[in-house]
Design a protein around this ligand. Structure first.
Ligand code: 6PG
Length: 246
């Protein structure tokens, strides 16, 4: 991990995990806005972050955050209509974004109406490059990327053994064939984009993850040869928040 901080924090249950993540994010946003004028966050999909999103929409958070300077992106998305229950956008919209006062332009979501995941990925990459004003030779830096982990050690929609893990230039990749659970065509941030982030907050909750996370934490360098979540190496800080009772 070089000089970046790697920190593991365990919590008793999903509610305490969500509250700790809320507290961390709620202090990071104003600090970042003070330094740079805005806060760029990539949201995670799946079910784990839902409680966190709901906590961020609660009065004690939403009223202290200047949402006009917060920009939401998605680290991965399934190629389903945004109102579908499988949509990662839909999860964040229902739990958080629909409940806060935030300019429409601050929601930078993948265009899932495009014909294929490949087209959606190319379009999303263009949106990201435009937002950060970076050309093909630079990797933008998100202030925070939220990530989850599946029981196979996948993160975002980067799955073990798949070619997308080898991507070194593109920011976003599309998988036109169904992948993951639920098996769907998807787009995902690539490792270069994920690792361009300043901070990665990895939320791990749910059944069936204890074995793989024990293996990963026991030797992260070795794990990084197989498990995508172990390949997450952000510039400043990698935080693991979990509620796994070992
Ligand atoms: C996705 C997610 C994925 C998720 C993990 C954990 O779109 O599938 O981004 O990477 O974070 O699969 O999912 P749960 O939080 O539902 O366990």
């Amino acid at each position: 991990m070089g000089k970046a901080i790697n920190d593991i924090q365990g919590f008793k249950n999903p509610a305490q995990l969500a509250e700790a993540a809320r507290a961390y994010i709620t202090q990071l946003i104003p600090l970042t806005i003070e330094n740079t004028g805005r806060f760029n966050i990539a949201l995670s999909g799946g079910s784990t972050p839902r409680l966190l999103y709901e906590r961020l929409a609660a009065p004690e958070s939403k009223n202290v955050i200047d949402w006009s300077k917060v920009f939401f992106f998605w680290g991965d998305e399934r190629m389903v209509p945004w109102e579908a229950p499988e949509s990662n956008f839909n999860t964040a919209w229902r739990a958080l974004i629909s409940k806060i006062k935030i300019p429409r332009d601050n929601i930078v979501a993948p265009n899932v109406d495009l014909a294929t995941a490949t087209q959606c990925a190319e379009d999303y990459e263009d949106q990201i490059r435009r937002h950060f004003s970076v050309d093909m030779n630079k990797i933008p830096s998100f202030d925070l990327i939220l990530l989850g982990m599946g029981p196979d050690g996948h993160t975002a929609s980067l799955f073990p053994g798949r070619p997308e893990l080898k991507e070194t230039r593109r920011l976003v990749v599309g998988m036109d064939e169904p992948v993951g659970e639920p098996p769907l065509p998807r787009i995902s941030f690539t490792l270069p984009l994920i690792n361009g982030s300043r901070v990665a907050l990895i939320l791990i909750s749910g059944a069936g993850k204890a074995e793989v996370i024990k293996k990963i934490w026991s030797d992260t360098d070795k794990a990084a040869t197989h498990y995508p979540v172990a390949m997450v190496r952000p510039a400043l800080k990698r935080l693991w928040y979990h509620d796994i009772q070992f």
